[in-house]
Design a binder for this molecule. Structure first.
Ligand code: SF4
Length: 299
């Protein structure tokens, strides 16, 4: 499905100009230099003059082009240009311009729904790995990856993001630095990586503020012949019970940390952990927690 902001227009351009500037065709063009006999006064025409008798310049071309109606500056792009691959497919949902629009048009029929578990958003159309990374696999093999709300709630404030691989066939992986501790997240299945959300290096807050949108981490393509990228992942009706179990497991883990630190018994109340949980753990506890819940190769 195309981005709802992707529009089409008839444009004209000069075939002899050094820079191909496309201009939208609108209204009465008879008064324009290129479309009237005045084209003979044009310096570019003069350089290539062929003594044309045409009523409009023989170097004036017309074609169809696409443009983004949500962008502040309209840039017309021919159909053949690969720049529009994001706009002309399901990947548009991860475009900053699309996500930054105050009211993006409603998605098509079969609109996607979210659940909420313990106050955490849980989109139920995604696939999840056991270490809390999500996969959005679109028709045509294009995929996006990110961290789910459970993991980003645990992380709280991320100081730095380092992408380990940006192209080639790999398990998508990154290092997140939280309170000076480097924590590695690795998606369990390999994919042909085509892009990483490098913008997050300058603004890592987006990772936790919008984990299913602007906080996406990797983009890839599933190639025929590769093992299925969805292999071993949690999906559909299994998602909500899994998150509920994970909340219970986290609650038990934190109670155990508290007990071993204070030599006392804190009852596991089964409630949802606080969003700044890592702020209360020391380095060893942080690493143990990460290994227990977010170790990348567990499927
Ligand atoms: S640039 Fe973004 S918002 Fe604009 S048409 Fe493309 S995907 Fe849509």
């Amino acid at each position: 499905m195309n981005c709802p902001f992707l529009k089409e227009a008839r444009v004209k351009y000069c075939d002899k100009s050094a820079f191909r500037k496309m201009i939208r065709i609108a209204g009465n063009v008879a008064q324009e230099t290129c479309s009237s006999p005045r084209y003979k006064q044009c310096a570019v025409y003069g350089r290539h003059a062929e003594d044309s008798q045409d009523p409009q310049c023989p170097y004036l071309r017309e074609s169809l082009a696409q443009y983004c109606a949500a962008s502040a500056v309209s840039r017309f792009i021919p159909y053949s240009e690969p720049l529009l691959s994001r706009c002309g497919g399901d990947s548009y949902r991860y475009c900053d311009v699309y996500l930054g629009t105050a009211n993006p048009p409603a998605q098509a029929a079969g609109a996607k729904r979210d659940c909420s578990v313990g106050g955490m958003r849980v989109p139920n159309w995604l696939h999840y790995s056991a270490n809390h990374m999500w996969l959005d696999s679109a028709k045509g093999g294009s995929c996006h990856f990110g961290l789910d709300a459970f993991l980003t709630r645990v992380l709280g404030t991320v100081e730095r993001i380092t992408f380990l691989k940006q192209t080639g066939v790999h398990r998508p992986s990154a290092i997140l630095t939280v309170r000076g501790v480097d924590l590695e997240v690795v998606f369990p299945n390999p994919i042909l990586l085509t892009a990483s959300n490098l913008y997050l290096r300058a603004n890592p807050a987006k990772l936790t503020a919008d984990p299913y949108g602007m906080g996406w981490l990797f983009q890839g393509v599933h190639l025929p012949g590769q093992p299925p990228v969805t292999s071993g992942l949690i999906r559909g009706e299994a998602i909500v019970p899994w998150i509920e179990r994970e909340i219970g497991r986290m609650s038990a883990f934190l109670a155990e940390c508290w007990n071993s630190r204070h030599g006392a018994t804190l009852m596991n109340d089964g409630g949802v952990f606080s969003p700044d949980v890592l702020q209360h753990l020391n380095r060893e506890e942080t690493l143990r927690l990460f290994h227990e819940f977010f170790w990348g190769l567990r499927v």
